[in-house]
Design a protein around this ligand. Sequence first.
Ligand code: RTP
Ligand code: MG
Length: 143
Amino acid sequence: MAVEQTLSIIKPDAVAKNVIGDIYSRFEKAGLRIIAAKMKHLSRAEAEGFYAVHRERPFFGDLVSFMISGPVIIQVLEGEDAVAKHRQIMGATDPKKAEAGTIRADFAESIDENAVHGSDSLENAAIEMAYFFAATEIAPRTR
Ligand code: RTP
Ligand code: MG
């Protein structure tokens, strides 16, 4: 397995629930290191750009409105097999289908307000990291 980097977002519902620390703790316990982080209230244009692949989907408008309903925390996670490991900790998109003990099983209310985002491939991870962070804002561990 290779060391990878992936983009994670704690969505507005989870920030509102005050569970940022709990979610960070799950990343750390899984061996994922936070190598970049920022809190941001996304503009509509930023949210639309981030989710542009879903532009034609029926849920796109609701998704964008939700993502700009409050601040989010955006981070880059680094570790062995980080893309898949992060998706595993997150759980299924629909919390009703998410495995017990996953972030979405524990904190998500619905498929629309589902607590977290995670890149779904190494290729998309690179695109999404560049969308939110300059290279100088990402600090891979040296010790
Ligand atoms: P994400 O991109 O946020 O990590 O979630 P995901 O990969 O598990 O799901 P994706 O298919 O990429 O969908 C992006 C987000 O759109 C909302 N969604 N709503 N109502 C619906 O049928 C529906 N499907 C997706 C969710 O917030 C999902 O996380
Ligand atoms: Mg996705």
